[in-house]
Design a binder for this molecule. Structure first.
Ligand code: SAH
Ligand code: SF4
Ligand code: F3S
Length: 440
């Protein structure tokens, strides 16, 4: 009997890539590759990559260097790179990395079994063509997983917003919405396997369906998903502030299954910077949406993304970002130092902020956010939160779950409660999580 073949899959970047990696694993299982956690045992190593910032891209090259040694020891091993760096670099990657066998782009996951078969025969190939129709996302099995209470469901891919700093539209292509019938079918299938929470995933979910004739809107999709028995919680990410409409705000008050959390990236609090970023909203419009959201749903938890050191950002612009953060009182913020990306409009902008200045602004921003996060986490102490128990923590005897507002809670529980929503009294608020006790 031949030994089963093993796949080592490394994932970088956003949830879109995490979701793609699940599809990659499922597809390769279909052609005989079982997952392994040990690259030295693997017959096939795939890196699913991110190029949103230069650091993310450098990481891929560093990992590729590490695999050079492995390939020397085990020449039969196949090495592949997919995702956003693969899309950006294409054939160049094959030319620059002699020990690489396969390059596949963000629209070419379904070709992977063919590419692997060819590589098994010694060929080196790159497939990075864009495929612009909505059938693409349904070309392959997506849900081979049988574990987990919370899952991502891709509802759309690509982005056409062209924020001036961002490479995503170039590496993910045009915006394409998946057919609602397929999405709902997938969620029903997940519910049948015990999944309790789904996160609808897209670079800009607000524009779901708008470009597909006869398709339902994102709000209608949310309502349809909420009717599926067994699904108890719904989340979505990411929304763009420029398309954040009142009907979507009303959903937080009207759909009980919709979790009380929104990720709404502001990127900056300065109108001059927002305009240069091509974000399509002002500080006042953003804060107006936040105020309406808090009015519709007072318990909503808001998270966001901020970029510091965008070309031309002055100290005054940066102060405007800090004051926006104080006003919104984000529960958490992902903050990034601006990174110049190929092809993007901002790559041609003058007035780059110096590296030390960027670092200094980032640490001031982090200090502020740490304070707000801790204050927020402490404010939950003494409240009862509904927590979906997701699994056992690494710390013995402890389990973890999340509140509707997406705060992580650690608590003593037992395995029979995994997958249940339970009432938890919050006893402590730490910097990164909450501690609680089951209400019996
Ligand atoms: N579609 C989502 C996520 C995009 S990428 C959205 O629009 O919100 C995730 C985050 O990376 C962005 O929100 C932004 O804050 C950050 N980012 C993107 N390009 C960047 C760049 N060139 N430099 C620094 N941060 C960047
Ligand atoms: Fe990038 Fe802007 Fe699209 Fe988000 S909305 S993926 S930041 S271009
Ligand atoms: Fe990175 Fe691509 Fe996601 S660039 S952030 S993995 S869409």
């Amino acid at each position: 009997m031949t030994r089963e073949k093993l796949l080592y899959l490394e994932t970088f970047g956003c949830q879109m890539n995490v979701s793609d990696s699940e599809k990659i694993a499922a597809l390769l299982k279909g052609v005989g590759y079982q997952p392994t956690q040990d690259p030295s045992q693997a017959d096939l190593v795939i890196l699913n990559t991110c190029s949103v910032r230069a650091k993310a891209e450098e990481k891929v090259y560093n990992h590729l260097v590490q695999y050079k040694g492995l390939k020397r020891k085990k020449p039969g091993i196949i090495l592949g790179v997919g995702g956003c760096v693969a899309q950006q670099e294409g054939e160049r990657l094959l030319a620059n990395v002699p020990h690489l066998d396969i390059v596949f782009g963000t629209h070419n996951l379904h070709l992977l079994p063919e590419l692997v078969r060819a590589a098994e025969k010694g060929e080196r190939l790159a497939e990075v063509g864009f495929i612009d129709n909505e059938t693409r996302l349904d070309l392959f099995p997506v849900d081979e997983r049988t574990d987990g209470v919370s899952r991502f469901v891709t509802v759309m891919q690509g982005c056409e917003n062209f924020c001036s700093y961002c490479i995503v539209p170039y590496v993910r292509g045009r915006e394409i919405s998946r057919r609602s019938a397929d999405i709902l079918g997938e969620v029903r299938g997940m519910a049948g396997k015990g999944v309790k929470e789904v996160t609808l995933l897209g670079q800009n979910v607000n524009s779901y369906g708008l470009k597909s004739s006869g398709e339902m809107s994102f709000i209608a999709l949310l309502r349809e998903v909420s009717l599926i028995p067994g699904i108890e919680r719904i989340r979505f990410t990411t929304s763009h502030p420029k398309d954040f409409s009142q009907p979507l705000i009303d959903c937080f008050a009207e759909i009980p299954k919709l979790c009380r959390h929104i990720h709404l990236p502001a990127q900056s609090g300065s109108n001059a910077v927002l305009a240069a970023m091509n974000r399509g909203y002002t500080r006042e419009e953003y804060l107006g949406s936040i105020a309406r959201l808090k009015a519709a749903c007072p318990s909503i938890q808001i998270t966001g993304d901020i970029i510091v050191g965008f070309p031309g950002e002055t100290e005054e612009d940066f102060q405007a970002t800090l004051s926006l953060m104080e006003e919104v009182r984000y529960t958490d913020v992902f903050s990034f130092i601006y990174s110049k990306r190929p092809e993007t409009k901002a790559a041609g902008y003058a007035d780059e902020v110096g590296q030390d200045e960027k670092q200094g602004r980032l640490s001031r921003l982090l200090d502020l956010q740490r304070r707000i996060t801790l204050e927020t986490n402490k404010s939950f102490v003494g409240t009862v939160q509904q927590v979906l128990i997701e699994g056992e923590s690494r710390r013995g005897g402890q389990f973890y779950g999340r509140t509707s507002g997406n705060r992580v809670v650690n608590l003593a529980a037992d395995v029979s409660l995994v997958g249940s929503i339970v009432n938890v009294m919050i006893t402590r608020g730490d910097q990164n999580s909450l501690q609680g006790e089951l209400c019996r």
